[in-house]
Every structure is written in structure tokens, then in C-alpha cells.
Design a binder for this molecule. Structure first.
Ligand code: BGC
Ligand code: NOJ
Length: 835
């Protein structure tokens, strides 16, 4: 591969040249403090919320795209360069970037000097480390000077990048020893600051960008690194930066290591000032001292490694396919953590000021994360639920810092609430913890207070409505909001944000997402109907588990009602229709000239159980027929197209979907997220060969062979791959923050490998490619370890013929094996034969 390769044993992607087809990103941080880090050390950092607590600056869509970040400049006897190539872009003698689990290590060398940079966020901490190791590989003594550089952000990122009449006058710093304290706005309402320090003595510093870089210079020709000497500038207004000068003296073969620490510090109840005008630096000094201790940085890094080993050990597998194996064992789960933490807020394509946490997005992200840290999934579910309103509407997005719904976007996306049912059921299946259902979460429009125990209660102290109440409300909301064909109304849009059937926008200055009146609309969504079939069945199973058969049956009765609507108004003859527009015309139908067939309703109607083989009457077998239509009309070797034929013109009655040029995004692109529903649907139908073929068609690891076309990172999913109507068919865009991560994990582990948590135990019901001779997997479930070995001597796709548990024959229930829940801490051998 031209740009790099996987190092599977170390769970690293090794980039071997810096000029990748796009900046290739990694994240550092796993809990509250996060940073973006590209393969040339570009990126920025924030705490919890990249809009409200942005710590360092980054200019999106810069020229080049990725410029600004965690830079180390070297001045080695007048030659200036960066180990990560940018921004100087001096030719390097060697370059390597290893993106790993929670860290990025970049090593560059030039003229006999090798510099290794390791970036990571220690566990449980609100700071990042830049460990620097300098090696003199030459035969001569060397006295290089190193300069650290990053630019401080004034926390509120939108204001920071727009309101210069103010920001140019408020920047303030203090310097104490090697520590630079960024304290803009601390004098007024902030009780926190940013610290940038070095663990070794420094030879100088700068905090004023105009001095360090210059007024007319770019980062590639910054003045101080070229001159070889820091000026000791103190920023007053304009643009504060943090830069240190480190003067080294290295004998041939010698090496030296030290670290920079960039920290977000909240003062809490401490006195805010130590002297008038001077901030209390007690916590900052403690942080510097912590990492100045010999071995502290390495110990923190080793702890991070153990954390990831442990987290990933919840699910590991040996598979006949190397792409599926490496994605499952490392990168897919790793991406699930990123989407769980960041939703759709912050990447190379999401600026951190546009969207906070998405309601539907975050619920889906939980599906790929809950097996790793269920306690965090629990907390997230409750946070999301409390952004629902008491009539069932949901805030479409919320800010992670305040946990409050985002009023600019509002609600009325009529699928949102149903995803809460899916995330909650996934959590209960994984953990068996029914107590979450009783948690008081309250509604966004009801006053509540948070008690000392962290629980929400009504304003008068009465318990706030429970999570179960939210789930009931969600189901009831869809039942209530139905249109003339008894299908769910769509609101601003459903999962497909671009199907804006009530928007009718002819005004370029308005947003497709929020324009239009949804109140009296008749536009209906078959996709939501399919999702409801699934969600109501999930609710019914949950009630069964709770031993509430009447409620379980009530859910099934509502499901039957919806199923009848799907089969009567949703079927088009060869596939399921997508929707009905506001005038009552079908969308995703043979009757349409363009947009005849859509993927989402095939996925959700089939997964929801419509058109089943055992159905009575005309709907029997429709699921298979719909999926064959997908294969014929939407499948390509590069993934399944979202719809066909692409819209060639703008349709005012359809909205944003028809605004994109044919072949990209929702207008007939390969939208990876919904491909995974099709993977699951093939598994449901027992078609393991198709499931694997489709899985591999969008698998990033498998894209290495055509990477100059694909362009995005080959180790994580992108939201979209251009479809065949586009001139750049096969090019991926918008990597990292996509629901594809969680859903692919579900499709591979629960669909193809068939290992799925259930209320009653762990189900194993694989649906593999007939050529697979078997596979093995280790799955931790409710504290016990299941070491599963599946053999496939007869070349089947599906069907468990025999099961042994710890060497003893075990009677499978039906066609699947439901393994018992074992005591926590025990380990069990499961042998399964397909036949
Ligand atoms: C994109 C969608 C996205 C939406 C978010 C649209 O422009 O095409 O994929 O979900 O914006 O607001
Ligand atoms: C991206 C959004 O984050 C997601 O919520 C939506 O479902 C898809 N785009 C499809 O429009």
C-alpha cells in the first residue's frame, strides 16, 4: 500500500508518508478531554464540548486543509524542520506516523537527528501529553533547538472565530517557569484556564503569535524557529499562543526525552487569585510536578495501553477474513468509542460548532459501545432521554457541556424518539439491569432539579418521570402521529435528514432541516413504520422480561396495526416504498421517474419483520423480494446506493435530498450507515454469502487496494462513498463520525457472527459465508467469558446443529443457541457446529 499499512498485533495503522490523499485523523482522549490529531500533527483540543470549551485553535478548510496543531519545530544548525513534516514541509530523511488506540506517535528524522512525538491523554485526566524523544543518530555532537507551538482558543469556539472586535482585545497569559497559563476571560466569569508546560527546563518562551510567527508570515516560515531564539513575548490581546524553546546538546548516539503538558484546569472552590491579577496556580503546579517525576509519562502511557487491551478484550475474534478480523478486533470498536464520545460534533468534517450530540445519532452509537463500558452507556441514555419533551417530541441535538437541547434546530424529526427504545433495550440485554427503567429522567419542558444523589426530581421534589415512561411515550407518539394511510408522519425528516417533505423551500437562505411547517402535514414515512415494527417488538420483549404480559401484548397489538399499514400502503410490488409526500404521492415507487427505490425502507421493513416467509396472505415472502430488488437495483461492488435513479433536478416537494448532485450524499451516494441494515437483513434471511460480500464492499480495510480513489482513512468508516452516478465513484468523504461504526459492529457481531446479547442469555446464531470453515470468538457477557468456537464442516451459512458447553452436549433452543448466563468471573468453552 502506497501510504501505509496495518500493524495488527499493535493495533496501529502505520502511515509511511505524510502526503496522504487527505489528512488522516486519529483522536486522543477517552473520557472528557479530547484532541484531534492528524498524521502530520494537525488538530486541536477541547474539554467535553468542542464548541463551549475549545482549548486550542484550528482553522477549518484551511489551505492546505490541515494546518495548525501540535507543532514541534527543530532548528538544527540553521536547518528548520518538523518531525511531522508540516508546517515547514522540509524534506525528511524518514517519516512514520502510528495511529494507535488513544495515541498517535509521529517519528521524523533529518540530518542524523531523529525526533519522536507521542501524543495521548492519560486516563481519567484533563490534560494531554506530548512526549518528545530526541535521538542523535549521527557521528557528531549536535545542539538542536526545539520549539513547541500551539495557539490558544478562547473557549467558545464560534465567538473565537468570528468576533475579532472583542477577541483581539481580551487575550491574557501568565508565565511561571516552564508553564504558560492561558487565562483569557478569567478576570470576569471563567473559573478555569489552560496550562501549557514542559517537564524540563526551558531556554525561552513566547506567547504572542505576532512575535513567534510574524504578521505577514505563515506557520511554515514562522520567525522564531527560523531565528533560533524565543523572544520572551507576553501576549496582551491579539492572539496568545504557547511556545517553548528547548536547547539540547547531544553526544553522538545520545537521546533525551521530556514532555509538554497541555491541561484544562477548573479551579472549583479554590481561591481564584493568589495576588491581585495573578491567578491561583496551585493546580497547574501540581500537574507540572506530576509529569516531571521520572517515569510518570511512561507509566501513564502504559496504563492507557492496559485500558484499551481490557476494553477490547470484551470482544475478540479469529475470523477467516483478515479485513473483518482487524476491524472487529481493533478499529471498529475504537471508532465506536469515538462516535459514542463525540456523536457527530467534531472531526475533519464536523467543526465542533455545528452539531452537538444528536438524539438519534447518540442512541445508535450506544449499540456499538454498550458492551465496552455499560455504565457510561447508562448515563448517556438518561441524558439523552431528558432532552425529550413531555409530548414525546425530542430535541434533535444537545450540547454535551450543558446537556440541554439545542433550540436553534429544535425537534420534530419523527424518528428520533424510537431510537431511544433501541438503545435502552440494548443496554438491558447487555447488562440485565432493569433498574435503568425506573430512573427518573424527566422531560426537557418540565422543571426538575438534580439531587445530591445525581438523580433528577420534579421541581417540588416528586420523582421525575422514569425512563420507562419515556419509552412508552415514544411508542405512543408514533401511534398518535400517523397520517391518512395510518403510516407514521415524517415531520422535518426521518433518519434521512434530507427527505424534507414539508419544507417546500425556494429560499436559499433557509435551512432544509428546520424550514417548513410540519403541523398539519400529511407526509408519511414507511421507514419510520419499519423502525416502529422493530421498536414495538423490542418493547414487547422487554415487557415479557419484566413479566408484564399484558403490556407485552399491547405492544404487539400496536405492531400488528402498523404492520397492516406497511403491507397495504408500503408495498410497491417489488420492494417497499419509502414515503408519501405532502400531496399523497408515493416516494420510492415504480411510479416515480427518479428515486424509485430507497434502501432505508427495505432495511427497516425487513428487520421489523414485514414480508416474512411465515406471514399469511399476500405479504408472505415480500422481504426476500425486496432484498432481491436491492441486489438488482442498488448494490454495487463499492457498496449499496441509498436510492436510484438519482434525482437530476431539484424537487421542491422532496427537499435537500434532491439538492445534491447525482451520486453524492443522500442523492444516490453509498451512505455507509444504512448499508449495515441491509447486511443485517441478509443475515435475517439466512444469506451469509451476501452478508459478507456486502460487508466487505464498504469495509475501509479492504479499500487499501484503491486508496488513491477512496482517499479517506482505511482504518475507519466514512459517512459516504460516492455512488456510480458521480464522476468520483468510490471516493469516500466525512470519515469517523458516522452511525456506520456502531451499526457495522452490530451487523458483524450480531448478524454475521450471530453473537447477540439477549435478556435470557447469550444467543449464538451465526450467518456466515458458506466458504468459511468456522471461526472463534471470545465474548465477555455479564461478567463471564464465553470462548466460542464455531465449525462449519458442511459449508452452510446458517443453522446451529449442535452445541457443547464446557464439553457437555447442550440442547439448542430452536435454530439458535441461547447460552445460559454464567456467574461473573467464570470462563466457558462453547463449541458449535453448523449443519
Ligand atoms: C446532510 C445530512 C446531515 C444533515 C445534518 C445534511 O446536509 O446531508 O447527512 O444529517 O445535513 O443537519
Ligand atoms: C447524518 C446524520 O448525522 C444522521 O442523523 C442522519 O440520519 C444521516 N445523516 C442521514 O441523513
Amino acid at each position: 500500500m502506497k501510504y501505509g499499512h496495518f500493524d495488527d498485533p499493535r493495533r496501529e495503522y502505520v502511515v509511511t508518508r505524510p502526503d496522504t490523499p487527505l489528512p488522516w485523523l486519529n483522536y486522543i482522549g477517552q473520557e472528557d478531554y479530547f484532541g484531534l490529531c492528524t498524521n502530520t500533527a494537525g488538530g486541536y483540543s477541547f474539554w467535553k464540548d468542542s464548541r463551549l470549551r475549545r482549548l486550542t485553535r484550528y482553522r477549518y478548510n484551511n489551505v492546505p486543509y490541515d494546518l495548525g496543531g501540535r507543532y514541534i519545530y527543530v532548528n538544527d544548525a540553521g536547518t528548520v524542520w518538523n518531525p511531522g513534516w508540516k508546517p515547514v514541509k522540509a524534506e525528511l530523511d524518514s517519516y512514520e506516523c502510528r495511529h494507535g488506540m488513544g495515541y498517535t506517535k509521529i517519528t521524523g528524522s533529518k540530518g542524523g537527528l531523529e525526533i519522536e512525538l507521542l501524543f495521548f491523554v492519560p486516563l481519567g485526566r484533563n490534560e494531554e501529553i506530548w512526549k518528545v524523544t530526541v535521538r542523535n543518530r549521527s557521528k557528531k555532537r549536535k545542539s538542536p533547538r526545539l520549539f513547541s507551538y500551539q495557539e490558544f482558543c478562547f473557549y467558545e469556539a464560534l465567538n473565537d472565530m468570528t468576533n475579532y472586535q472583542r477577541t483581539y482585545s481580551i487575550g491574557e497569559v501568565e508565565v511561571e517557569g516552564s508553564a504558560i497559563y492561558h487565562k483569557t476571560e478569567y478576570r470576569e466569569r471563567r473559573n478555569h484556564y489552560t496550562l501549557f508546560a514542559c517537564t524540563r527546563p526551558i531556554a525561552g518562551f513566547d506567547t504572542d503569535r505576532d512575535i513567534f510567527v510574524g504578521i505577514h508570515e505563515g506557520l511554515h516560515e514562522a520567525r522564531v524557529p527560523s531565528s533560533g531564539k524565543c523572544a520572551g513575548s507576553k501576549a496582551f490581546g491579539w492572539n496568545p499562543i504557547g511556545a517553548h524553546e528547548i536547547d539540547l546538546d547531544l553526544a553522538p548516539g545520545a537521546e533525551e526525552s521530556f514532555a509538554f503538558v497541555l491541561a484544562y484546569v477548573e479551579q472549583g472552590d479554590r481561591p481564584r487569585f493568589e495576588k491581585p491579577g495573578l491567578i491561583n496556580k496551585e493546580l497547574g503546579r501540581q500537574i507540572v510536578a506530576r509529569y516531571a517525576k521520572p517515569g510518570a509519562v511512561d507509566a501513564a502511557f502504559a496504563e492507557l495501553g492496559r485500558f484499551w487491551d481490557d476494553l477490547l478484550s470484551n470482544f475478540q475474534a479469529e475470523l477467516p477474513d483478515e479485513h473483518a478480523a482487524r476491524m472487529l478486533n481493533a478499529w471498529n470498536q475504537y471508532q465506536c468509542m469515538a462516535t459514542f464520545n463525540l456523536s457527530r460534533s467534531t472531526s475533519m468534517y464536523e467543526t465542533g460548532i455545528g452539531r452537538g450530540m444528536g438524539f438519534r445519532d447518540s442512541n445508535q452509537d450506544i449499540l456499538g459501545f454498550v458492551h465496552m463500558i455499560p455504565a457510561r452507556a447508562r448515563e448517556r441514555i438518561l441524558d439523552i432521554a431528558s432532552t425529550q419533551l413531555s409530548d414525546g417530541t425530542c430535541y434533535h441535538q444537545y450540547q454535551p457541556l450543558t446537556k440541554k437541547g439545542n433550540a436553534e434546530v429544535g425537534g420534530d424529526f419523527y424518528d428520533d424518539h424510537l431510537w431511544l427504545v433501541l438503545s435502552t433495550c440494548a443496554y438491558v440485554k447487555e447488562t440485565g439491569d432493569l433498574s435503568i427503567l425506573e430512573e427518573p429522567c424527566g422531560y426537557a419542558d418540565r422543571e426538575y432539579r438534580i439531587g445530591a444523589d445525581g438523580r433528577r426530581a420534579g421541581a417540588g421534589g416528586e420523582p421525575a418521570e422514569s425512563l420507562l415512561h419515556h419509552l412508552e411515550l415514544s411508542i405512543a407518539y408514533t401511534m398518535r402521529k400517523r397520517g391518512p394511510r395510518r403510516l407514521p408522519l415524517i415531520g422535518h425528516a426521518d433518519w434521512n435528514d434530507c427527505l424534507n417533505l414539508n419544507c417546500f423551500s425556494t429560499e436559499p437562505n433557509e435551512s432544509f432541516q428546520t424550514a417548513g411547517v410540519v403541523g398539519n402535514s400529511q407526509a408519511e414515512s414507511v421507514m419510520i413504520a419499519g423502525l416502529f415494527l422493530h421498536a414495538s417488538r423490542e418493547m414487547s420483549a422487554l415487557y415479557d422480561f419484566m413479566k408484564r404480559p399484558e403490556d407485552a401484548n399491547r405492544m404487539l397489538a400496536q405492531r400488528e396495526e402498523m404492520l397492516a399499514a406497511v403491507e397495504s400502503a408500503g408495498w410497491d410490488g417489488d420492494w417497499y416504498r419509502r414515503a408519501y409526500d405532502a400531496a399523497g404521492k408515493p416516494i420510492g415507487s415504480k411510479e416515480c421517474e427518479e428515486g424509485k427505490i430507497y434502501i432505508e425502507s427495505q432495511g427497516w421493513c425487513v428487520l421489523g419483520g414485514a414480508g416474512a416467509d411465515d406471514a399469511s396472505g399476500p405479504s408472505r415472502g415480500r422481504a426476500r423480494k425486496a432484498m432481491e430488488s436491492v441486489h438488482k437495483l442498488l448494490f454495487t461492488p463499492k457498496g449499496v446506493l441509498i436510492q436510484q435513479p438519482a434525482y437530476s433536478t431539484y424537487h421542491v416537494e422532496l427537499g435537500e435530498v434532491s439538492s445534491y448532485p447525482p451520486g453524492v450524499k443522500e442523492n444516490a451516494g453509498i451512505f455507509c450507515h444504512n448499508n449495515t441494515w441491509i447486511h443485517l437483513a441478509w443475515c435475517q434471511l439466512g444469506h451469509g454469502d451476501r452478508a459478507l460480500e456486502y460487508y466487505l464492499s464498504i469495509c475501509p480495510s479492504a479499500k487499501q487496494a484503491e486508496i488513491d480513489l477512496y482517499r479517506s482513512e482505511p482504518y475507519v468508516y466514512a459517512q459516504m462513498i460516492a455512488g456510480r452516478d458521480a464522476p468520483c465513484y468510490g471516493e469516500a468523504k466525512n470519515s469517523w463520525l458516522t452511525g456506520t461504526a456502531a451499526w457495522t459492529f452490530v451487523a458483524l457481531t450480531q448478524g454475521i457472527l450471530g453473537i447477540r446479547p439477549d435478556y435470557r442469555g447469550l444467543v449464538v446464531d451465526p450467518c456466515i459465508a458458506s466458504a468459511w470453515k468456522g471461526f472463534s470468538a471470545t465474548r465477555r457477557f455479564r461478567g463471564a467469558e464465553y470462548k466460542i468456537a464455531v465449525k462449519n464442516p458442511k459449508g452452510r451459512c446458517k443453522g446451529v446443529a449442535s452445541v457443547k458447553v464446557d464439553g457437555e452436549a447442550f440442547d439448542p433452543v430452536g435454530a439458535a443457541a441461547i447460552l445460559p448466563i454464567f456467574p461473573a468471573g467464570t470462563s466457558h468453552r462453547i463449541e458449535i457446529e453448523l449443519g
